[in-house]
Design a protein around this ligand. Structure first.
Ligand code: PEP
Length: 253
């Protein structure tokens, strides 16, 4: 049985003070949560303070990216050891905004995933098609290239520690959510790709989140789909009420 994982991606939102306040609210609200894994990904700047607040709670820390190098002259970047030191357990990799604005490629996603795994942390690997790709009948070929690229030279044992987030680019931050059927169909396909790479048992165990305008009013429908094991949430994760409603939907699902 796969457990649900609900992760909030705060992106470039919230000052340190605002992050502390939001983390405190989420810790308080999630006290009774027992089945659903809850993860939050604040900015790097707030991550260490948030780590202190969530210590001993039901909430885990993620960061939104890392560099695959250990250290050195990479202005603006942060290494995996740095985020491990402050207590991060997850690292979001290959988010469509990284792919779109910051030259993320399937190759750099793979380098980052291997680095995260080698440090004993868990990558949340984002994949997903643009609207043009979907309309052009390229959904499957895009997902295949992204999954194959991300998992190149990653062992079965390490693959089991990863989470995939299927995020149709056209649904991210747009308010246009994939229908339950569209999301399920794509996620079933992603799971079949994992099965091709690692076999059925890994594919059955690996968790695949849906991301793209997931909100309290659509979460239950999406989370009831067979191949949807949680959500990567942007906008609705910025308020504790809406984030917690989605967590509750997972907990009841
Ligand atoms: C995301 O950033 O991964 C995301 C899914 O954002 P939103 O929920 O705002 O669409």
């Amino acid at each position: 049985m796969r457990s649900y994982i609900i992760a909030g991606n705060w992106k470039m939102n919230k000052t340190v003070a605002e992050s502390i306040a939001l983390a405190k609210e989420i810790v308080a609200k999630t006290k009774g949560i027992s089945k659903t894994e809850v993860v939050i990904a604040p900015t790097y700047l707030a991550a260490a303070k948030v780590a202190d607040i969530i210590k001993g709670s039901n909430v885990k820390l993620a960061v939104q990216d890392i560099h695959w190098k250990d250290q050195g002259a990479y202005t603006g970047k942060v290494s995996v050891d740095m985020v491990k030191e402050i207590g991060a357990e997850y690292v979001i990799i290959g988010h469509s905004e990284q792919r779109q604005y910051f030259h993320e490629t399937d190759e750099t996603v793979n380098l980052k995933a291997k680095k995260v795994l080698s440090a004993g942390l868990k990558p949340i690997i984002c994949v997903g098609e643009t609207l043009d790709e979907r309309k052009g009948g390229k959904l499957e070929s895009v997902l295949t290239a992204q999954v194959d690229g991300a998992y190149k030279d990653i062992s079965k044992e390490d693959a089991l520690k990863t989470v995939i987030a299927y995020e149709p680019v056209w649904a991210i931050g747009t308010g246009v959510v994939a229908t339950d059927e569209q999301a399920q169909e794509a996620q079933k396909y992603v799971r079949s790709l994992v099965a091709k790479l690692y076999g059925e048992s890994v594919a059955e165990a690996l968790r695949i989140q849906y991301g793209g305008s997931m909100k309290p009013d659509n979460a239950a429908g999406l989370l009831s789909q067979k191949d949807i094991d949680g959500g990567l949430i942007g906008g609705a994760a910025l308020k504790s009420d809406s984030f917690f409603s989605i967590i509750e939907a997972a907990e009841k699902s």
